[in-house]
Write a protein that binds this ligand. Structure first.
Ligand SMILES: [Zn+2]
Length: 322
């Protein structure tokens, strides 16, 4: 890895997901100077995905006269932040496992590269620029196509021995008893609480060919459809109950809820809070569930902030001393 350049504090950040590669030039104050985006060539193999990432990076570099200090990546899959390699990945991105995220990108851009998992980047972004500001210990849970999470302790991301930490979707839930999970196991909370799981639950109850998405189910629930309400509420209760259990273990200062389901409305949020209250022990009665503040920009901000770690850790040390 190259020596860090004394730059103006800007970082080129990319968020690599299953459907799109988003990029931005991010300033140290959390503002985004320029944006670019490409569709992820998800089925074309890792070389095609790296090529699309380079195109986004080039477009950003051409948008002004910048001297970024590095390239920060938040990427789908299990990422080793020490080597910037993809250790494993689902088949959402063909051939993604084993990809070296640093080599070609560093050679092409001339910038040092740092990488973390995209949900971990999301957590870093919310912790440092969004709903988690000021909290040394924060748990973020993203509920969307899957259920993922990121836990920060003393301002630092906890990735675990195998960089797996935060797989909140894959803990047991009584609400998911017997249901198959995306990981191949059974009875995990993702199998009842993710967006697609809520849709499948609704269809098991209603068998309604006119509803084609989780959004349709949320709309039906708002109009009072009993089966849609059941599917949405059960998903919310399951997620809330899992969050209560996690709070009992981690006792975070802030608990932030992100992802598509966080926009599903009051019915879902009420169920999440009810599930949390049932599961969290009395001493945690003051712990609040906060909606995420930054939307999808959180992952870009978090990926960029990989180059500013010392600054954030220092600011927390000061906060701890005062
Ligand atoms: Zn699972």
């Amino acid at each position: 890895m190259q020596e860090q350049l004394p730059g103006t504090g800007e970082v080129l950040a990319l968020d690599i997901g299953g459907t799109k590669i988003a990029g931005a030039l991010v300033r140290r104050d959390g503002s985004l100077l320029a944006r670019a985006q490409r569709t992820t060539p998800a089925t074309e193999g890792s070389a095609a995905i790296i090529k699309a990432m380079l195109q986004v990076a080039d477009e950003l570099m051409a948008s002004g006269s910048f001297t970024p200090q590095g390239l920060g990546l938040g990427a789908a899959g299990v990422i080793d932040p020490g080597t910037a390699k993809v250790l494993s990945a689902t088949d959402t991105l063909t051939g993604w496992a084993g990809t070296d995220l640093a080599g070609e990108l560093a050679a092409h851009t001339g910038l040092p590269v740092k990488a973390v998992n995209d949900v971990h980047a999301h957590g870093l972004g919310e912790a440092r620029f969004g709903a988690g500001i000021g909290a040394a210990d924060m748990l973020l849970v993203a509920v969307g196509t899957g259920i993922g999470g990121a836990y920060l302790h003393d301002g630092r991301l906890v990735t675990g021995r195998h960089h797996i930490a935060g797989h909140v979707g894959h803990i047991d839930s009584v609400f998911a008893a017997g249901l198959e999970c995306s990981c191949g196991r059974a009875s995990h909370v993702e199998a009842i609480g993710s967006g697609p799981a809520i849709y499948r639950h609704y269809q098991r109850l209603a068998n309604n060919p006119e509803a084609s998405s989780t959004r349709d189910v949320a709309d039906l629930a708002r109009s009072g459809d009993a089966h849609a309400c059941t599917a949405l509420e059960t998903g919310g209760l399951a997620v809330g109950s899992a969050l209560g259990s996690l709070a009992n273990v981690l006792d975070p200062q802030k608990l932030v809820v992100a992802g598509g389901m966080a926009h599903a409305g009051d019915l879902w949020w009420d169920a999440v809070r009810t599930g949390f209250e049932r599961s969290a022990i009395d001493a945690l009665a003051q712990t609040r569930l906060l909606p995420a503040a930054l939307g999808t920009d959180a992952a870009l901000l978090g990926a960029a902030s990989l180059f500013w770690n010392e600054d954030f850790e220092e600011s927390l040390d000061v906060a701890h001393r005062s």
